[in-house]
Design a protein around this ligand. Sequence first.
Ligand code: CMC
Length: 436
Amino acid sequence: MPDTLTIIDNRTGKQYELPIGYGVYPEYGSFIRGADLRQIKAGPDDFGLLSYDPAYMNTASCKSSITFIDGDRGILRYRGYPIEELAERSNFLEVAYLLLRGELPTAQQLERWTWEVTHHTFVHESIKKFMDGFHYDAHPMGALVGTVAALSTFYPEARNISDPEIRARQIVRLVAKMPTIAAFAYRHRVGMPYAYPDNDLSFAGNFLNMMFKTTELKYQPNPVLERVLNVLFILHADHEQNCSTSAMRNVGSSHADPYVCVAAAAAALYGPLHGGANEQVLRMLQEIGSVDRIPEYVRRVKAGEFRLMGFGHRVYKNYDPRARILRELAPQVFEVTGRNPLLDIAVELERIALEDDYFISRKLYPNVDFYSGIIYQAMGFPVDMFPVLFAIPRVAGWLAQWEEMLEDSEQRIARPRQVYTGADERHYVPLEERGA
Ligand code: CMC
């Protein structure tokens, strides 16, 4: 059986044979090259056939060896390792290393990597002053996007994106400084003095320190919450070619420096259909308010008034494996923090939705955002920090994808085609001749 696709153009009667390519799994990710369609022309002046695919519903924009998702079977793996194993046995910095370098580190490599990230957590004092300029109630995600972009002006060497050593330096800086900027954005919003990084603490523990330290001389993170935050960071570290990662690759394809690329990716993440969804889930659960009001809310969702936030996914047509891990993790958090009453509403909402034909027929299951918000809230994070908490670990995935894109000889500046639907050529009419 030849690995080709035969196409007959009924306009001309011509037949074309296009090669079929494969990823590692023959049954998952077979493709034809979009550019091969260009030879299909109705006449000599024809530009050639385009594939029209708004929102990239069925377009592979790259080959990638970082993350594998099988949305129908609810599978997520980083560099081949199942997300469940990483969540249970690894920590965020080890997973970040895995995503960025392709292999789990040796003990020595992990020690070096952890030391490097830990010793780049401080930001320039002028960054602190820059952040002081934000309005007192600035949304921390807006502050994060703006401040990460501003880092570009502090590290002009970052523009040299073709030097792997310079790239590696910026990667360490970005992974290390994201939590600091995120925590500073929060402290500015609540009018608290900034808490500086504590190099004795773990990546997650230090973030809790920068968020919540008050008058104590040394902040001691709760070990359960530190571990849960690690798991949350692992679950959010990468998710192949989603909206923000595509933004990272798109902006990076113009050879912009990694700081402005990460700012663009974080801006994409901010939207309520992407990383902003966990914030919306919390607001939705608060609006529902009590279990007895769920049926009426679901009725309005089905009537098309609004969407059930934290449900549905472009890729997962099954339970999101990250949501499953978080659902099991939630009770551990509540043992420390006390039960979040919104959990009862969430569990009942999930039960009702999963029995309803509207959701079953559309394969709408809880996604990662459905439970993450309830956990974050119980841990003391304000709702508008939720997308920021998503961005902190995702920077590892964005940067891994950015590096892969830069080293891929097939990648060039991202530049989609369009199907023009506007006016044919017409001529300028002077203002006084245009009528009323
Ligand atoms: N509630 C109610 N109906 C929904 C929902 C929802 N959350 N999601 C999709 N649908 C319906 C939609 O109305 C459509 O129905 P119909 O065929 O009758 O018109 C059908 O399901 C297919 O929806 P779609 O908009 O074509 O699906 P999509 O792949 O373009 O959208 C999505 C994916 C995640 C944007 C969408 O499911 C959604 O808006 N969910 C709520 C927001 C959310 O939770 N986002 C977080 C995603 S996970 C975190 C991340 O990776 O960013």
